[in-house]
Design a protein around this ligand. Structure first.
Ligand SMILES: [Fe+2]
Length: 347
């Protein structure tokens, strides 16, 4: 397994790069925008294809690299369902997994530091964001933080993991790189409390100054979709109503780019063909189903995904590969549902 822990000295942020082996798909957790070029050269050096970029929560102390990585690599951006970011490709819930080639991370909703804080666990390690730090815990005094929720996330979720589970936080200010659940349970000073009230008493009296760049960084991290619209050209975007009318005229071939788990959870638009975004490269070769569909139904292909991010990226890829007349559903299935659109589900 390839596992790289990278450090941003300005915000003391840890970023993690994971892949099964050289030449495989990779996933990055909590990337920092200033270091995106370093990540790209590291990916190239290790012959890795970045397919997913994940943030544990909306950060207040550094600007996320999610949007820039998406623009440069066409990776899928992932956050928890409670995230206030305007556009991410995929939102995950408690107990759902984030999967790339040979790696699967289970989602644990761990609010308290913020209301959109998630941890991600594999068999032997957990990425805790700011929910659990080494010898500390994330502050709870902004972004809808709540010390009692934090207590619950810590004591009823993270500390219930096996003691030998490695802990990799989003920050460390003292040069520590990793810990274990067992060590933190026994030694982390913040965790030596007997009740949520006692924990809240500590957290409510920390009196910390706000992070230096907070006022600029939080809004930036909530608008990572702002560069996305540049990918789509006039006439390439369809509103739900237009898609509905085109379908009724039998004038649209709908392509669902989401993953199987998202389809099972949220359903799909009737008569759509399922081609996961991750299969796009092979689907656009001479023998790919999408190639055949696009050739046979020129001007009728309509791509959609969860929120319109993967479909915009795929649209750009297809246009660059020479396919013409491809369009996408703006805002994805979320917009479809908002407009009263119906979905089918497995029975
Ligand atoms: Fe944070």
């Amino acid at each position: 397994m390839i596992f790289q822990q990278l450090f941003d000295p300005v915000s003391s942020t840890y970023t993690y790069l994971l892949a099964r082996r050289y030449g495989a798909e990779a996933l990055i957790i909590d990337p920092v925008i200033e270091h995106v070029d370093t990540y790209i050269s590291l990916l190239n050096r290790l012959d890795l294809k970045l397919v997913k970029a994940v943030d544990t929560h909306v950060h207040a102390d550094h600007e996320t690299g999610l949007g820039k990585l998406r623009d440069l690599t066409k990776c899928v951006t992932v956050m928890g369902e409670m995230s206030g970011a305007d556009v991410v490709s995929m939102r995950v819930r408690e107990d759902e997994t984030i999967d790339v080639d040979g790696i699967s991370l289970r989602t644990i909703y761990t609010p308290g530091h913020t209301d959109d804080s998630y941890s991600f666990a594999s068999a032997d390690r957990v990425f805790t964001g700011d929910a659990l730090l080494i010898g500390g815990t994330g502050r709870t005094d902004f972004q809808n933080g709540d010390p009692r929720q934090a207590y619950d996330s810590l004591f009823n979720k993270l500390l219930k993991l096996p003691g030998e589970t490695l802990v990799f936080p989003a920050h460390d200010y003292h040069g520590n790189t990793a810990s274990t659940i067992g060590y933190e349970t026994a030694r982390n000073p913040r965790l030596q409390v007997n009740s949520a009230d006692e924990y809240a008493e500590i957290m409510n009296n920390l009196n910390l100054p706000d992070p230096k760049q907070m006022d600029a960084v939080v809004p930036a991290n909530k608008t990572i979709g702002r560069t996305l619209s540049q990918l789509v050209r006039p006439g390439e975007e369809m509103e739900p109503e237009e898609v509905r009318e085109a379908s009724a005229r039998d004038d649209a071939i709908l392509i669902d780019l989401r993953e199987e788990g998202e389809r099972a959870r949220d359903g799909w638009i009737a008569d759509s063909v399922h081609i996961p975004y991750g299969d796009l490269d092979s689907q656009l070769t001479g023998t790919g189903t999408l190639t055949h569909l696009a050739q046979d139904h020129q001007g009728r292909i309509v791509l959609y995904c969860a929120y319109g991010e993967r479909s915009a990226l795929a649209l750009d890829t297809m246009r660059n590969a020479g396919f013409t007349g491809v369009r996408h559903l703006r805002g994805g299935l979320a917009a479809w549902l908002n407009s009263g659109g119906e979905v089918e589900r497995k029975t």
